[in-house]
Design a protein around this ligand. Sequence first.
Ligand code: PLP
Length: 385
Amino acid sequence: MTFPVSRRIENLLPSDIRLMTKACERVGGINLGQGLGDLPAPALVRDAAIQAIQDGQNTYTASEGIPPLRQAIARKLQRDNGLDVDPDSQIVISAGTTGAFAATLTALFNPGDGILLLEPYYGYHLNTILLQGLEAQFLTLAAPTFSLEENALAAAIKPNTRAVVICTPSNPSGKLFSTEELAIVERVARQHNLLVISDEIYEYITYDGRQHISPASIAGLAERTVSIMGFSKTFSITGWRLGYAVAKPELAKAINLVNDLLYVCAPSPLQHGVAAGLSAPPEYFEKLRSQYQRKRDIICDGLAAAGLTPLVPQGAYYVLADISHFAYPDAKTAALALLEQTGVAGVPGSSFYQGSEGEGLIRFCFAKDDETLYDAVQRLSVFRR
Ligand code: PLP
């Protein structure tokens, strides 16, 4: 007897990241495909989580998270994001940024509503939209600057569009949205009564002195933005599954209702760990930036030397390399050839676009130790067209 799978998952797109990871394992190569975040988790965060386990903080918490964490987040939002929020009614701790994004979509939209993604997009955003029976809509931001133009954004809004997703700093492009671009988002969102969902998981990973700007800090955007943030990248704890959504109280209440049904609560002792982490001194965040900037420079210099043109990122820990001058018919063929010839796995750029704009691109993740990156760039030099 066979059972069909749900129609909701039939349309999900298989991830090329998984495909490249498997192919990389087969050849024993260096996997610059997936973004695991290989830095050690800070002792402050680890020790507080271990202490919480020892102290018996091992039961369910309130679905919106423990008060000390929500209070620490409210202080952090004021200090680092320019946002004034009430920790009791506006913050929902969830199972990672991924959980917060899924709970937001379920809580605030109806099947058939349109959610606009800016290309290149993060694959989980697209698949979560599809999983919810929502309509994914797209606007391509052209490489290498990925600038957002007002006319283009306005033209991408359809009658059923209800929200636009802004990922800043962006995975995969590393783009940081400027104040001017966010003001464009505000005008268009106001004109079309859209919600803005901002994914800011890489907020502390920015380069060359650039500042991350939270969309909700732009005048007029706070009331129509759900800010989604997390700890995976800031504290290199991608396996802990902790993130949060920030929204005005009536939206946060709906998000928390779904959050409760989907996850009950985020891992209890680990919430204590990240609450401690948020009081890390400014030097922690400075060091995080400078470590990743060094890694960015190692990979970008190595890519350039190997003839793969890096689109140098402003933030996050990925770089798109332009390989369109190599004679491969598409990005997947190129990524597989690169793996075969050099033992380095990247992700085909086609994974981040609906159309053909990504066919000349490969994404590399540089959240790896320096030695691995030096080894990878050394190997890249043998890549041939
Ligand atoms: N959002 C973006 C843009 C990401 O790149 C990732 C992970 O790579 C996530 C969210 C996942 O975040 P979390 O581990 O908090 O679920």
